[in-house]
Design a protein. Structure first.
Length: 555
C-alpha cells in the first residue's frame, strides 16, 4: 500500500498517554530519522527501545505504517499494550495469534505484531500487507544465517523500505552473529546505536553481581558425582574412538558437541535440584524482611521443587515459563509488580521484554550458558523505573559444573566487551558478599543461619503463620514506617482492618480480637523486628450447630 494512502487516525486526547522522551531517547529518534529508519539499536536492556520505536511511528505515521513488529511470543501482548498506550486506542493493531487466523485486509491495519515462529510460517501473508516499517525486537533471534527465521526476516527486510533491529545483545557467542544482522540490510555499513544504561540514565542505581557459595547435601552430591563420572567416561571414550579413526581432537569435540550439551544438561538439572534447598532458604529469609525476590531457573523440575518448598513456607509466588499463556503471563507480571506476591520465578521465557523493578534482588538458581542471556535476565529488575541499587545473586556449588559454566560466561563477557563494548559491573568476592549480607540484614536477628554456605543445610524455617490464625502483626524498628508495614502485609496477603502507629512500633490489626478464644493468644516471631499475635479462632459454625441442637430438644 502506498504511504500516501494511509490515513492518520483521529486520536482521543483522553486515551493517549503523553509520549515524553528522555533527552537521549529523543536523540536516538532523531538519529533513526536521519538514517531513514534503517539501523541497529543495540542499546542496553532497560533504556526504552520500545518507546523509541513507537515514538518513530508517531512522528512519521504516514511514512512508517503499516508497521510489522516481530518479537518473542512472550512480549506480543506487551507490544500491543504499549502501542495503544502511546499511540491511542484508535490505532488499528493486529496480533497474529496462530497459523490459521485471518489476516487483516490490506489498508485496514496500522501495526501488525507477530512472534518470530509465526513470522516464519506466515511471511508471505505478512509481505502481502505491504509493510513500510519492519521492527525486529530481540533481533539476535536472527543471529544464524542458516536459520529459517533469519531467511524469512531477510525476505521481509528486502521488501520493506524502513528496517530497525532492536537488540540489547547483538553478540551472544561470536562476532559473526553481528555480521549476520548487518547482512539483513544488504551492507555491512549499518548505523548502530549503542548506549549503556549507566550512560543513558546516570541516576540509575548501581548493579552488583554477587557469587554466593553453597554446600550441597551429601546424598545429592553423591548422585551428582556419579552422574559426573559417567559423563566424563562417556566423553573420553567417544573422543578416543573418533581420534583413533583419524579425527583431529578439535574436530572430534565439535562432532560431539550437540550430544554433550544434552548430557551436560542432565548434570545441570541434577545440580539445580540439589541447589533448590539453599535457594528456598535464602528466599524465605529475604521475603520475611519484606524484600520481593526474582529467581531465574531453567528446568521445570527445579521450578516445581522450589514452588513446593515455598508453599510449605506459605510464601506466594508466580511463574513464567514457556508453557504459560500470554494472559497468564501478564497476570503474573502485574501481580508481582503490584506487590501482591513476594516471589517471581522465571525461565528464559521471562528474560526479555518485561519489567520487574518491584524487586532489587535477583537470584540465578541455575546458570545460563551465555553472558548475554544472563544480562538480559538481570536487567528485568534494573531498568528505567528502578530507584534502588540492585543485587544479582549466583548460587554457586564449587567443584561442580557451575565452575565450568562460570568460566564460559566470563570468556563470552570479555568477547562482547572487546567487540562492541560493555559497562563494568561490580563483581563481589566472597568476603564482600558476606559483608553485604550482614549490612543488608543488620536490623534483624540471625537472618541467615550461620554462614551463607550453610543455606539449606539445616532445619527449614517455620512457615509463616496461617492468615486465619493471625489477629495482628507488630513491626518494630526505625525502618518500619506505616507504608512499609502495610506493604509487607499486602506482600504476604494478610488481611488488614486497622493500623495503629505507636511510639516504638506499628500495629496492623488483621482480625478483631473477639474472633479468637480468650487466653489463646501468643506472640510468634517472624523476624527480629516482626512478630505475629496468633490465637485460636472461635468456630462459629460449631456454636450454631449447638444452638440448633438445643432448639430441637426444647421443641
Amino acid at each position: 500500500m502506498a504511504a500516501s494512502a494511509q490515513r492518520v487516525p483521529k486520536r482521543k486526547s483522553a486515551t493517549v498517554a503523553p509520549l515524553i522522551l528522555k533527552p537521549f531517547q529523543a536523540e536516538d529518534v532523531a538519529t533513526l530519522m536521519a538514517n531513514n529508519y534503517r539501523a541497529i539499536v543495540a542499546n542496553a536492556p532497560g533504556t526504552g527501545k520500545t518507546i523509541i520505536t513507537l515514538a518513530c511511528v508517531k512522528r512519521d505515521f504516514i511514512k512508517l505504517t503499516p508497521t510489522v513488529i516481530v518479537c518473542p511470543a512472550s512480549v506480543v501482548t506487551n507490544w500491543c499494550r504499549e502501542a495503544r498506550k502511546w499511540l491511542g486506542h484508535d490505532i488499528r493493531i493486529h496480533a497474529i495469534a496462530d497459523t490459521t487466523s485471518p489476516m487483516p485486509r490490506v489498508g485496514n491495519v496500522h501495526i501488525v505484531v507477530v512472534s518470530w515462529a509465526l513470522m516464519a510460517m506466515r511471511v508471505r501473508e505478512i509481505a502481502a500487507l505491504g509493510p513500510r516499517f519492519l521492527v525486529a525486537d530481540e533481533a539476535h533471534y536472527a543471529k544464524s544465517d542458516v536459520a529459517m527465521r533469519t531467511r524469512c526476516l531477510a525476505a521481509l527486510a528486502k521488501r520493506t523500505p524502513h528496517v530497525v533491529l532492536l537488540t540489547g545483545t547483538p553478540i551472544i557467542n561470536k562476532k559473526a552473529e553481528l555480521d549476520t544482522l548487518q547482512e539483513l540490510f544488504g551492507t555491512t555499513e549499518v548505523p548502530m546505536l549503542r548506549r549503556f544504561l549507566e550512560e543513558a540514565v546516570p541516576e540509575i542505581p548501581v548493579k552488583t553481581r554477587n557469587t554466593l557459595p553453597i554446600t550441597i547435601r551429601p546424598d545429592d552430591m553423591r548422585e551428582y558425582r556419579k552422574a559426573e563420572e559417567e559423563f566424563s567416561s562417556w566423553l573420553q571414550g567417544e573422543l578416543q574412538t573418533r581420534m583413533s579413526a583419524g579425527m583431529a581432537r578439535i574436530t572430534a569435540q565439535r562432532a560431539l558437541a550437540a550430544e554433550a550439551l544434552v548430557k551436560s544438561g542432565y548434570l545441570r538439572r541434577l545440580l539445580g535440584k540439589a541447589k533448590v534447598y539453599a535457594a528456598a532458604d535464602w528466599v524465605s529469609r529475604a521475603v520475611r524482611l519484606g524484600e520481593p525476590v526474582v529467581v531465574f531457573c531453567e528446568h521445570q523440575e527445579v521450578i516445581a521443587m522450589l514452588q513446593e518448598l515455598l508453599r510449605k513456607q506459605r510464601i506466594g509466588n508466580v511463574v513464567i515459563s514457556g508453557e504459560v499463556s500470554r494472559r497468564e503471563r501478564q497476570r503474573a507480571i502485574d501481580a508481582f509488580q503490584a506487590g501482591m506476591v513476594p516471589v517471581f520465578i522465571g525461565t528464559k521465557a521471562a528474560s526479555t521484554g518485561i519489567t520487574l523493578v518491584r524487586s532489587r534482588h535477583l537470584m540465578f538458581l541455575e546458570r545460563y550458558w551465555t553472558s548475554a542471556e544472563e544480562e538480559q535476565a538481570e536487567d528485568r529488575i534494573r531498568r528505567i523505573g528502578q530507584t534502588k541499587a540492585t543485587n544479582i545473586w549466583f548460587l554457586h556449588a564449587t567443584e561442580t559444573i557451575d565452575d565450568r559454566v562460570d568460566e564460559v560466561i566470563g570468556r563470552k563477557r570479555r568477547l562482547v566487551a572487546q567487540t562492541i563494548g560493555a559497562w563494568q559491573t561490580d563483581e563481589q568476592d566472597e568476603d564482600a558478599v558476606f559483608a553485604l549480607l550482614d549490612s543488608w540484614n543488620n536490623t534483624v536477628a540471625s537472618p541467615f543461619a550461620g554462614k551463607e554456605s550453610d543455606l539449606g543445610m539445616g532445619k527449614p524455617l517455620p512457615p509463616l503463620p496461617k492468615r486465619a490464625d493471625v489477629c495482628s502483626l507488630v513491626f518494630k524498628g526505625a525502618r518500619w514506617t506505616k507504608s512499609a508495614a502495610l506493604a509487607w502485609v499486602r506482600l504476604h496477603n494478610y488481611p488488614m482492618s486497622r493500623v495503629t502507629v505507636l511510639a516504638d512500633s506499628i500495629k496492623v490489626e488483621c482480625a478483631a480480637p473477639s474472633a479468637f478464644r480468650q487466653g489463646t493468644f501468643a506472640a510468634v516471631p517472624i523476624t527480629g523486628e516482626i512478630k505475629a499475635i496468633q490465637g485460636v479462632r472461635i468456630d462459629h459454625s460449631t456454636k450454631r450447630r449447638v444452638v440448633v441442637s438445643r432448639s430441637k430438644k426444647a421443641g
